[in-house]
Write a protein that binds this ligand. Structure first.
Ligand code: SF4
Ligand code: MSK
Length: 662
């Protein structure tokens, strides 16, 4: 029996540690304890188990061994990776499809509770999708935009339109390699077909199909999901909020929204402000209604509306363990089945809402965008009904303030203003060496490693090394909980050059850009940096690295693949699902580097992740003939210099500023 870890070994988050101690005391299991008692299957975790037909499952563990059909280790490992990428792509892209249908229903007036909140984003999207804008109403434009977006999923030939937003050089590479996605669903289906028994058996060829599928997600389904969410609910701009379990309230009805989609959660937010429901909550003995999020539904409502986050993936059970949650309302993805049996120890009601997701034992209140606000009101009422049943609560007094909501549109504005929005100041700062490079730190938590510890270690180290950090998903919530999304606290770690730039621009050095689908915002930032000039003309030229140090989901593999195929160097931590095949690891590393200029590696040791990231950034800097990064050159201007100067007596200050009098 493997050894159970202490709460401190399970999480680096003090709120989680407190609740895990309480869970142990009461003998309640969590993902952390289940991970301790169930070691991963050593064959499956190396990618060596094939279940693609019923002559197997085949476990290929000896040299030269093949499956019953003759499939080699390389074929099996590549097929398993490709299938995971297809599943991940389908999840994010299906989310995009649902957003497109909601836009259509909003435009035609069938979903009266939804409005076009950001017409400017709609016009930009219309332009990209080739929809005429002149002399037409917002609704007419939105209706056509929705139709074209919907058509991208079922398109059979041609190219997914958003691919045309990538740098020209990148598009040429994809066309020459034949990996431009034709239609979003088509690429997912083709991977499933190709990996069926007796189909594609050349690992490199299988991985090409996986790349095309991932690109259909990154430059298709996910990109449309982010864009349409912005059109319907507003493009994010910086706002202040809080994160961690301490956002739950002892004296209010606590409702948690968990999963990934903003459609219902936006309506629940509206319902929590309904005076009638607030009055009803008060009649049940509560002081109000408190809404908080978990996972990426949290990120969606945090970056647009400032709804507080109760935490990331591994906080979903911990929130229920506080005994203070009246309803956990879930939509799709990353929802643990364990929530339902755990909730039976408390008064918490787990409410499933998606047509696609039911959990045995949970209450199902199916969401329909045509009656969105009504359903949201019913859900809030149901949560209020549970308040009088609440027992003892154990809410840790731990939360951090944060600033979130850095869309690429806002970053443009912050760097250049309304009239001159541009990435030029960022490119210049990187070119000069004030900012050494950029890291995208994204992805999940995984209970097999200490929660948030690698995210925190890496982000702090990057800041010290003058690396600007952009974040999404559960990685962003990890930084939020650690206070790293606040300019003043993150700048304590920042190196001198990064600090100067952030102070001058008025931006924190860790930028929360949204949910998992919003990784496409990072693609857009990289594309804009490439088109701005000074840092090459393609994503692969930029001194930037993508990381998912605590990943666990198939979606993370899809994201990593589209980022690598877009030219980025991507490192994933925690585990290596390709360990069984040196050849497949070579194909996605040197092989993809040769083809795409980007690559994917699995690196378990956080220190090694740090060193490889910095080495890549410096290597890219050298290739661009930029000055070598040298922290000692910076730090004598900006606020720091001003603070030094105002300490000086008048004469000395004048002399420092203007030289000694002649
Ligand atoms: Fe075994 Fe081949 Fe069937 Fe896979 S496809 S389970 S390797 S026989
Ligand atoms: S929620 S996919 S655990 S980041 Fe997007 Fe978090 Fe990973 Fe789910």
């Amino acid at each position: 029996m493997p050894k159970a870890r202490t709460p401190e070994e399970r999480s680096s988050d003090p709120a989680a540690v407190e609740v895990l101690k309480y869970a142990e005391e009461f003998g309640l299991g969590t993902a952390f304890s289940r991970a301790d008692s169930m070691q991963p299957c050593p064959i499956g975790s190396d990618g060596l188990c094939c279940k693609n037909c019923f002559m197997g499952p085949c476990r290929v563990v000896k040299d030269g061994q093949t499956g019953v059909c003759g499939a080699t280790v390389e074929t099996i490992v590549a097929r398993n990776l490709a299938r995971a990428i297809a599943a991940g792509s389908s999840a994010h892209s299906d989310h995009g499809r649902d957003m497109a249908f909601t836009l259509k229903a909003a435009a035609t007036g069938e979903a009266a509770d939804y409005k076009i909140r950001d017409p400017y984003k709609l016009f930009t999207l219309a332009d990209n999708l080739g929809v005429a804008v002149e002399g037409r109403s917002v609704e007419e434009i939105a209706s056509d935009v929705a139709d074209i977006a919907i058509s991208q999923f079922g398109q059979q030939t041609g190219e997914v339109i958003c691919v045309g937003r990538a740098p020209a050089k990148r598009q040429k590479i994809w066309r020459e390699l034949g990996v431009v996605p034709r239609g979003i669903d088509r690429e997912v289906v083709e991977v499933l077909h190709r990996t069926h028994i007796g189909d594609d058996q050349d690992p490199d060829h299988i991985l090409d199909a996986a790349v095309r599928c991932a690109l259909a997600d990154g430059w298709g389904g996910s990109m449309l999901a982010s864009d349409i969410s912005d059109v319907l609910f507003g493009t994010p701009s910086p706002l202040v909020s809080q994160a961690n379990l301490g956002v739950l309230k002892d004296d209010e009805v606590n409702i948690i929204i968990h999963g990934h989609e903003p459609t219902l959660s936006e309506m629940i937010l509206a319902a929590t402000g309904d005076p009638e429901l607030i009055e009803y909550a008060e009649s049940q003995g509560a002081k109000g209604i408190n809404l908080a999020g978990i996972c990426c539904t949290s990120n969606e409502t945090l970056v647009r509306q400032g709804v507080a986050s109760a935490g990331n993936f591994l906080h979903q059970e911990l929130a229920i363990l506080t005994g203070s949650v009246e309803a956990m309302v879930v939509d799709v993805q990353c929802i643990m089945q364990a929530l339902v049996p755990l909730s039976e120890n408390f008064h918490t009601e787990v409410i499933t809402t998606s047509k696609k997701v039911k959990i045995s034992g949970a209450t199902h209140m199916e969401f329909d965008e045509h009656h969105a606000l009504d359903i949201a009101r019913q859900i809030v009422r149901r949560a209020i009904d549970n308040f009088p049943k609440r027992g003892e609560t154990h809410i840790p007094d731990v939360s951090s303030d944060l600033v979130a909501g850095f869309s690429h549109e806002y970053i443009n504005y912050a760097l250049g203003g309304v009239m001159r929005g541009s990435f030029r100041p960022l490119n210049d700062a990187i070119a000069a060496g004030r900012i050494r490079g950029v890291v995208a730190n994204v992805g999940c938590n995984n209970p097999r490693v200490t929660q948030d510890a690698t995210h925190q270690y890496l982000v702090e180290e990057f800041l010290k090394n003058d690396v600007l950090v952009v974040e999404t998903g559960c990685g962003a919530i990890a930084s939020a909980k650690q206070g790293l999304l606040l300019g003043e606290s993150a700048l304590e770690y920042a190196g001198p050059g990064l600090r100067e730039v952030c102070e001058a621009v008025g931006m924190p050095p860790v930028l929360h850009m949204g949910s998992c689908v919003d990784n496409t915002r990072i693609l857009t930032v990289l594309t804009q940096m490439a088109s701005e000039g000074g840092l090459g003309d393609d994503i692969s030229d930029i001194p930037a690295v993508g990381l998912a140090p605590e990943w666990m989901s198939e979606k993370a593999l899809a994201i990593a693949t589209y980022a690598a195929a877009s030219g980025a160097y991507v490192i994933m931590g925690t585990t290596n699902p390709l360990k069984g095949s040196e050849e497949v690891q070579r194909l996605i590393n040197e092989g993809w580097r040769e083809k795409f200029g980007g690559r994917l590696e699995f690196v378990i040791d956080p220190e090694e992740i740090l060193q490889r990231t910095l080495a890549h950034i410096d290597e890219r800097r050298a290739a661009l003939k930029l000055p070598e990064y040298d922290a000692s050159k910076w730090g004598e201007s900006g606020d720091k210099r001003m603070l030094q100067l105002i300490e000086l007596p008048f004469e000395e200050r004048q002399a420092a500023l203007y030289g000694e009098p002649a």
